[in-house]
Design a protein around this ligand. Structure first.
Ligand code: NAP
Ligand code: GDD
Length: 352
């Protein structure tokens, strides 16, 4: 039997790297799209090239979802069975500063892929996965969110991703294409980008502990997120495309924690004794209450900074993954505590 062929837009990202591993282990031939950059940025997938068994089935191509002719030619030449669109400007905070670029990538990028499939795949054999997000719910009231909840995005990122959600559904209904959305809540891992809150907090506090940085600066401490493990969440992405029919699924853990809970957990894992205080402007900070490695008693080790607050915020995200559990037989196993332990251990090894 011929190997199944997958094409991943966004293979150099957190999810792309785990998804590539998963598909290669399932004996797929995997094509991945990487962007041209001035420095090589394939660190999340380099280990695959060191794996004798996986390497022959991974092929990287240059590409960008803002370039239709590139997207079209890739799909036309590769003729994949499954296409995963993970490519995005994925930072919500940054999307306020790069609103137009975020729309070009996160909205029109999806449309370009769908159009290419529609034109090329006349027999409607290709399956398409769209990386949708809990950000599309924004601050809509009916929590925990499921596939029927109202969408009220509050950022350029969330709004751009909502376009992609709908256009994916439109192409399914209008052209009978196999196009599905995974509405994924936050998921982290040791491969998480360093400017997302989990990794930023862990790296920052380890550097403070080792004397490489004096203090960690953060924004809003009171937003809540439903944090899962990326490795488990990419398995759901694959299962969504193995379902008999195209559909939309919420993927979450069903539990949520605040940013402050996250900071406290990392402090605990690093055994840093400390207490929270508030300054006259109402901004909070953390003071060490005893010496620990490079940290001195009374040192301010975490501080809220106005520049890290966003113009608008999603306050409280929690997902209901019952549909995925029932139909895809998917459920998360790694809880928040275990996830953060794994990330702390990994960064302790990296930051010597
Ligand atoms: P990530 O680490 O930021 O990876 C994003 C990937 O997209 C990278 O490979 C990036 O390439 C690529 N990319 C960015 N702009 C591109 C463009 N114009 N053309 C082609 N590729 C482009 O994000 P992630 O955490 O793996 O998330 C994967 C997807 O799921 C994203 O679409 C994200 O919005 C969505 N999502 C993520 C979460 C989460 O909590 N992680 C939750 C819900 C949805 P470079 O390496 O060159 O930058
Ligand atoms: N990044 C960041 N940096 N976030 C901070 C900081 C900081 O210094 N201080 C506080 N936060 C708060 C943010 O305001 C937000 O409320 C929360 O921490 C989580 O921020 P991120 O880790 O950047 O993730 P996100 O929830 O905005 O977006 C992630 O999850 C979405 C799914 O809900 C991204 O992965 C998106 O791509 C994804 O769609």
């Amino acid at each position: 039997m011929n190997k199944k062929i997958a094409l991943i837009f966004g293979i150099t990202g957190q999810d792309g790297s785990y998804l590539a591993e998963l598909l290669l282990n399932k004996k797929y031939k995997v094509y991945g799209v990487k962007r041209r950059t001035s420095l090589i940025h394939t660190t999340r997938i380099d280990h695959i090239y060191e794996d004798f068994h996986l390497k022959p089935n991974l092929i990287l191509k240059y590409g960008d979802v803002t370039d239709f002719s590139n997207v079209f030619n890739l799909i036309d030449q590769i003729r994949p069975d499954e296409i995963y669109n993970l490519a995005a400007q994925s930072n919500v905070g940054v999307s306020f500063e790069l609103a137009e670029y975020t729309a070009q990538t996160d909205s029109i990028g999806t449309l370009r892929i769908l159009e290419a499939i529609r034109i090329i795949d006349k027999k409607r054999k290709m399956k398409f996965y769209q990386a949708s997000t809990s950000e599309i719910f924004g601050n809509s009231p009916d929590k925990p969110y499921n596939e029927k909840s109202k969408f009220e995005p509050v950022s350029p990122y969330g709004t751009a991703k909502l376009y992609s959600y709908w256009i994916t559904k439109n192409y399914r209904e209008a052209y009978s294409m196999f196009t599905s959305n995974g509405i994924l809540f936050n998921h982290e891992s040791p491969r998480r980008g360093e400017n997302f809150i989990s990794r930023k907090t862990i790296i920052g506090l380890i550097k403070v502990l080792k004397g490489k940085q004096k203090c960690l600066y953060l924004g809003n401490l009171y937003s809540k997120r439903d944090w899962g493990h990326a490795k488990e969440f990419v398995e759901a992405q694959w299962k969504i495309l193995q379902n008999k029919k195209p559909d939309d699924f919420v993927i979450a853990t069903g539990k949520n924690y605040s940013v402050k809970d996250l900071v406290n957990l990392v402090l605990k894992k690093l055994q840093i004794k400390s207490k929270w205080k508030k300054n006259k402007d109402g901004l909070e900070y953390v003071v060490a209450t005893e010496n620990k490695q490079s940290i001195k008693k009374s040192q301010v080790i975490v501080k809220q900074e106005k520049i890290y607050f966003r113009p608008n915020e999603v306050h409280n995200l929690k997902g209901n993954y019952s549909k995925a559990k029932k139909i895809l037989k998917w459920k998360p196993k790694i809880n928040f505590d275990k996830l953060i332990s794994e990330m702390v251990e990994s960064d302790l090894k990296l930051i010597k």
